[in-house]
Every structure is written in structure tokens, then in C-alpha cells.
Design a protein around this ligand. Structure first.
Ligand code: ADP
Length: 469
């Protein structure tokens, strides 16, 4: 078994204690992981604080070059990272390979950006310049569904902007993050980026720490609210990318046979453990039966299994707690709707739930109102499009959403009425690095990706000069 280490002040360090990381396909131990205590968290923050002045002064091109080196080193070890990701997260190996590639691509994208001064006014009397200064020490807190890519879109812009960082992965998927720490230890100056791991007990200490200027967080809405509360003590900057309950609205010009695989893919990718997964479907009444039948067929045919087995489409739920939560959604589906595919956890070790399709379920059912974060999909029918839009918007969430139609103008018109940060028309989960993405309502605050995402890691500052001293 490989020996994993924290990265504190450039040193690969043992934890104050250790914890087991479990493979969700087998429930066996993947590796023993170092676990930081509060003293180590404080050391990591102190190291980042000490490294900040020199890193902030390093020219942005040099910072970008070092981030590119991290991307190159990661890419050179793609297979190793992907296998470790499948072991700790459960996702099928091809998906893990995709995530590692996407991680390197995101790092390279941010490394290529710039933060030039912008002259806002230059006239006879004054010159006013807008600058983007780094904030200081930034905490990156990441979840267990995409441990690497969600880290890359925080350390890429955070470090490029001149901040130093302390990163904390989710307790059930810390290993790939710590492996990236090994790479960073060889490339970045000591203290610029620090990696600690916890047993779900250090997030609060990070988000209250007086020496942390910003928290970049991806996770559940409930935990995001706690982060916001604790960040208020020192008015920390926040980027919160939280939960979603994205609706797919299918228009009546679609062929159910053609649209069903796209809906199915959007709902079951990563076993439904995607903040932006399709979580509920609204189909015209005229197509309802046919669409339900197609989706049920796809669900019955889907290959569920260990991510290392060739052909696996859906891996397990990532951890026991999530497995138990999704079982509650299954119970609700049986009680309040009609389950036409799946419906029971697999009778084998591991946290496996097969894709489950639920029809004839009311809008106030738990499965429709709450975020299932698993492969259990409710399908509802509608008679008027206005009604479908209003039901889609009747949610405290507002992350994403999709509209499916052959009429692009109509699609745009519907998309424009959806209250969320992103709406896709005839596609799903397209997240280009240069396009900002963020949540409306209780799905988040701020944006990630793009130049806008980079600027969230900076302080906008104006220098306002009188030309007549
Ligand atoms: P889930 O509920 O799906 O397990 P969370 O949103 O709780 O996911 O976790 C996302 C990340 O937030 C993890 O790294 C977790 O350890 C961390 N975390 C948990 N509690 C807090 C907290 N009070 N403050 C900051 N981070 C936290």
C-alpha cells in the first residue's frame, strides 16, 4: 500500500493520526490516509501566510509557468491518478481518465490567463486604474464527487492570481488530492500550496481562521450555509458552488427514442453524483408513456459495477452515508410514485444502486423537491409549457437545467425563463474552462471558470490619480 502524506510548508508530512479510505465498490481499505489535527491546520495556514508576500510578487507569467509544470507532471502520471481515483471514488476508469485529463486542461487554461491593469479613465485631469490584487491565503474545500477537477478550478485561478492556499479534500476521497500534493512539493515554493486531510472535522476551523481571506467551497447547500456563517467573522470572500435540483424540460417536437439516451446520460453520469445532473424530468403528456418506457429500458440495460470492470457505466455511490441517503429516496419513490426500473440496492458488497426510473409521482414528493444526488430519476408530465417552466422554477435551487427541442428559438425562449446559473439547450454538462459557471438562489454565490472565475480570487482595487499635484 502506498504511503500518503500531507503537504505542509513544502514538506511531505505524516498526519497527527491516520484514517482508512474505503473503496466504495468493495468496502475494502484502499489505503491508510494521514489525518491532520488543528495544530497541523494552523501550521499549514501559517506556512501559506509566510509564503504569500514572495508569491504575490512573483510575475504572473512565472506563476503560470509553474502551474503548467504541475499540469505536465500530473498528465505524465495519468494512469496512476485515474486508477487511484477509481479506487477511492468508485467512478468507471474511463471517467476517471477523463477527470485527470480535464484537471490538467483546467490548470493549463488558468495558467494561460492574465490580470492586466485596466485604465478606466485617462483625461486632462486624472488617470484611474483598476488593478486585481491577490487576497492572501485562500482555503479550497472540495467534495467527493470530482475530487481532482474541482480542486483544479480552485488552485488554478487561486495560485495564478497570486494567492497562497490551504486545500482540504473530502474525508472519503483524500488520496488523489494528496498525490497531487507530492507533485506540488517538487514544483512550487514551500508554503504556496498546502494539502491537509481531515475526518470531516477541520472545515469549520478553516472557514473561521482569521488568517484566511477567502474560502472557495464546493459541497452541499447545508454545509455551504455553515461556511458562510463562519466566514462572516472576518468577512471572508466566498465562492460557494452548492447543490442543485436541475429540471430537464422536453418540448413536444422531440422524438422520445432520441431524447431518452441524452436524458439518461445526464441523470446517471457519475451515478447521479453531479451537482448539475438532471434531477427531474418534465415531459409533454403526449410523449409521457413512450419516454418513461424508453428510460426504463435504458435503466434495465445499464451496466452497474466496479469501476475497474470493462463496460461499467455506473459505479457505486461514493460513500456509505450517501448510499443510505439515496436509499431513503428509493423508499420515498416506492411510497409516492411508480418505480418502473431499478428500485433496490444491489445484493453484493459495495454501495451499488442501479439506475431507477420513477413515474406518476407528485411534485411535492421528496424525490422531486430535494436533491437525490444518486441515480434515481423522477419523470413528470405536463400539459402546458408555461406550467412546466413554473414547476421547474419552483425550487430553492437554481444551478442548471436543460431544454430539449428541435426549435432553437423556442429553446432559447424557454431557457431564458429558467431561474438558474446555467441552462443548456439540446446538450448537457458542457462546462468549457472559459465559460463562467455559478448558481442562482441557494445553489451558490459567485462563479467559477473563465476570466470571471479568476477575478473572484482577487481584490478589485482602483488607483485614482490627480494629474496636477
Ligand atoms: P456531503 O454532505 O455531501 O458529504 P459536504 O458539503 O458536507 O458534503 O462536504 C463538502 C466539503 O465540505 C468536504 O470537504 C467536507 O469535509 C467539508 N465540510 C464539512 N463541514 C464543514 C464545515 N462546517 N465548514 C467547512 N467545510 C466543511
Amino acid at each position: 500500500m502506498k504511503d500518503f502524506k500531507l503537504l505542509i510548508n513544502g514538506q511531505l508530512t505524516a498526519g497527527a493520526s491516520v484514517m482508512d479510505v474505503i473503496n466504495p465498490s468493495t468496502e475494502e481499505v484502499v489505503a491508510v490516509c494521514p489525518r491532520a489535527d488543528l495544530a497541523q491546520l494552523n501550521q499549514a495556514v501559517a506556512a501559506a501566510k509566510a509564503a504569500f508576500p514572495a508569491w504575490a510578487k512573483t510575475p504572473i507569467k512565472e506563476r503560470g509557468a509553474l502551474i503548467n509544470k504541475v499540469a505536465d507532471a500530473l498528465e505524465a502520471r495519468t494512469e496512476e491518478f485515474a486508477r487511484l481515483l477509481t479506487s477511492e471514488q468508485g467512478k468507471p476508469l474511463p471517467m476517471a481518465l477523463w477527470e485527470v485529463g480535464g484537471t490538467a486542461a483546467s490548470l493549463r487554461y488558468f495558467a494561460s490567463l492574465d490580470l492586466p491593469d485596466k485604465v478606466l479613465r485617462d483625461d486632462a485631469d486624472s488617470k484611474i486604474v483598476l488593478q486585481h490584487s491577490p487576497l492572501g491565503v485562500v482555503a479550497a474545500i472540495t467534495p467527493w464527487n470530482f475530487p481532482l477537477i474541482l480542486l483544479a478550478i480552485k488552485i488554478g485561478p487561486g495560485l495564478l492570481a497570486g494567492n497562497t492556499m490551504v486545500c482540504k479534500p473530502a474525508p472519503t476521497t483524500p488520496l488523489t488530492t494528496l498525490l497531487l500534493g507530492e507533485i506540488c512539493a517538487e514544483i512550487l515554493p514551500p508554503g504556496v500550496v498546502n494539502f491537509i486531510a481531515d475526518a470531516n472535522d477541520l472545515g469549520g476551523a478553516l472557514s473561521t481562521h482569521p488568517d484566511i481571506a477567502k474560502v472557495a467551497f464546493t459541497g452541499s447547500t447545508a454545509t455551504g450555509k455553515k461556511v458562510m456563517q463562519s466566514a462572516s467573522s472576518s468577512l471572508k470572500r466566498l465562492t460557494l458552488e452548492l447543490g442543485g435540483n436541475d429540471a430537464a424540460i422536453i418540448l413536444d417536437d422531440m422524438d422520445p427514442k432520441e431524447v431518452a439516451p441524452k436524458i439518461f446520460g445526464g441523470a446517471t453520469m457519475n451515478s447521479g453524483q453531479v451537482c448539475l445532473a438532471i434531477k427531474r424530468v418534465y415531459a409533454p403528456e403526449s410523449m409521457y408513456d413512450a419516454l418513461c418506457t424508453e428510460l426504463a429500458k435504458l435503466a434495465e440495460e445499464a451496466v452497474v459495477g466496479d469501476g475497474f470492470e470493462q463496460g461499467t457505466q455506473l459505479g457505486p455511490l461514493q460513500n456509505k452515508m450517501q448510499f443510505e441517503k439515496v436509499k431513503e429516496f428509493l423508499a420515498d419513490a416506492h411510497a409516492s410514485g411508480k418505480v418502473i426500473a431499478g428500485g433496490q440496492p444491489l445484493d453484493r458488497p459495495g454501495y451499488f444502486i442501479p439506475p431507477t426510473i420513477v413515474r406518476d409521482i407528485p411534485d411535492d414528493a421528496k424525490l422531486v423537491r430535494e436533491e437525490q444526488f444518486g441515480p434515481v430519476l423522477p419523470i413528470m408530465s405536463y400539459t402546458s409549457l408555461a406550467d412546466a417552466i413554473s414547476r421547474a422554477n419552483d425550487s430553492e435551487y437554481g444551478l442548471g437545467g436543460t431544454v430539449w427541442t428541435n426549435d432553437l428559438d423556442k429553446g432559447f425562449e424557454v431557457a431564458s425563463q429558467i431561474q438558474s446559473g446555467t441552462v443548456w439547450v439540446n446538450k448537457h454538462l458542457d462546462l468549457p474552462n472559459d465559460i463562467p459557471f455559478g448558481g442562482a438562489k441557494q445553489s451558490g454565490i459567485g462563479v467559477e471558470y473563465g476570466q470571471e472565475g479568476l477575478e473572484e480570487f482577487t481584490q478589485a482595487k482602483t488607483v485614482n490619480m490627480n494629474k496636477h499635484a
